[in-house]
Design a protein around this ligand. Structure first.
Ligand code: HAM
Length: 423
């Protein structure tokens, strides 16, 4: 019978890779602590309406990528394609704004989008999200970008560069949208079929199309920066100055419109050449109108999400995380020895010592092989004969030196020797 395979675009992350993921997550969590972010954990399923109202009806995500189904009670539910909408929902539902004027959250977990799978693009993928609520200031945007730059530096991702843009606000964007719409009307024939549609439903997205024909046709398109109101321009200038003060080099990319409709003012991505077409390791921006649009008070907010799969792929080419290995392996021979060995093993594990043993009836040779494979620094050899004679042997796997230890002192002796060895 054929073995069942995982769903296309859904991948397993196996031991060997998980250590790398954990190392990245630990670095991120440590930076979040320093920057004042606290963890929030949210459901993977939300009402479909939440995403339609926040990400936007005419975005690729909502139009064609969501995993949506009706549950047995008839409710229309969606596997979250991103985390921001859910975080805003929770923030409003629990009236967190009434507890404190400013909140900084982070969350790490899986998202679901039915995109065409390829390198760096999956149907289940993980994100590290950060969101700041209650700060209208450009310094909040700058802080998020600096946090991303810091994380990339710590992880050794040296070719990651922030790309930034301003999308304007409800005051200045309509004039730009009108100008762009008129421009696109004139070049309509040169656009791909997706952009023919976007031209009407979501004209800004045409600027972001990767099809060479569309790129070429839109080279002379109006630029957002020429339409920004003075508040938006000041906001953007302050973000830029704050980055420059920290010595961060960045690219201003006035085609960076992002694939979600909730953004205003600052948008940004961290891009890299390491992943081919999927060049964004992280993306984010300001979404001041979203809390209000979802029925809550008008609260400014800004945030980002890192694509953890993509980041792990890049970091994995740069370094291998240290794999955990037991400090001690216990090789037991015979039932009685195994029973005694298991008692010692349990005591050591409980005390926080990384130790392991073979539970089956295996030869000493095969157990030594296993100890080697696991990378144990020491092996305790427990045979029936040794037990009868009252002493077992501890072998140092590096120096090959052997020491006899009286049976009644084994547990204490091992505890003393291996506790605090970092095992
Ligand atoms: P996004 O640009 O859709 O933004 O996703 C952020 C990052 O998630 C991308 O830069 C990419 O690294 C990763 N990503 C997206 N789709 C996939 C996929 N199919 N496979 C692998 N990785 C993927 C958002 O999701 C916004 N919620 C970010 C945000 C937070 N804005 C404000 N706050």
């Amino acid at each position: 019978m054929a073995i069942l395979q995982s769903i296309k675009g859904f991948k397993d992350i196996l031991p060997g890779e998980t250590e790398l993921w954990q190392a990245i997550e630990e670095e991120a969590k440590s930076i979040f602590r320093h920057f004042g972010f606290r963890e929030i954990r949210l459901p993977l399923l939300e009402k479909t309406e939440l995403f339609a109202r926040s990400i936007g009806e005419s975005t690729d995500i909502v139009e064609k990528e969501m995993y949506t189904f009706q549950d047995r009670g008839g409710d229309l539910l969606t596997m979250r394609p991103e985390a921001t909408a859910g975080i805003v929902r929770a923030y409003l539902q629990h009236k967190l704004y009434a507890r404190d004027a400013v909140h900084k959250f982070y969350t790490i977990g899986p998202m679901f989008r039915r995109e065409r799978p390829q390198k760096g693009r999956y149907r289940q993928f993980s994100q590290i999200n950060a969101e700041i609520f209650g700060q209208a200031s450009p310094y909040a945007d700058a802080q998020l970008i600096l946090l991303l730059v810091r994380l990339m530096t710590v992880l050794g991702v040296s070719d990651a560069e922030p790309h930034i843009n301003s999308l304007g606000c409800p005051q200045c964007r309509p004039a730009f949208r009108d100008a762009l719409t008129s421009f696109l009307e004139g070049i309509s024939d040169a656009l791909c079929s997706d952009c023919q549609r976007r031209r009407v439903t979501n004209p800004l997205r045409v600027l972001d199309c990767k099809v060479p024909g569309c790129r070429e046709a839109t080279t002379g398109a109006p630029a957002l920066k020429d339409y920004l109101c003075s508040e938006c321009r000041d906001h953007f200038d302050t973000v830029r100055r704050a980055l420059e003060d920290q010595g961060v080099t960045y690219t201003v990319d006035d085609r960076l419109v992002r694939g979600l409709d909730y953004y205003v003012r600052t948008t940004f991505e961290i891009q890299t050449g390491a992943l081919g077409a999927q060049n964004a390791i992280a993306g984010g921006g300001r979404y001041d109108g979203l809390a209000g649009a979802l029925g809550g008070p008008d609260i400014p907010a800004t945030g980002f999400a890192i694509g953890l799969d993509r980041l792990a792929e890049i970091v994995g080419t740069l370094r291998r995380p240290a794999l955990p290995h037991p400090t001690l392996f216990i090789a037991a021979l015979g039932d009685q020895a195994r029973h005694q060995a298991f008692a010692w093993l349990s005591r050591l594990n409980t005390a926080g010592i990384a130790a392991d043993m073979e539970f089956g009836d295996k030869s000493l040779k095969s157990q030594m092989k296993r100890a080697d494979k696991l990378g144990a620094s020491h092996v305790l050899i427990v045979g029936e004969q040794e037990l009868e004679q009252g002493a077992v042997t501890l072998r140092d796997m590096t120096s090959r030196e052997q020491t006899d230890i009286p049976v009644d002192t084994v547990a204490d002796r091992l505890m003393k020797q291996f506790l605090n060895t970092g095992g």
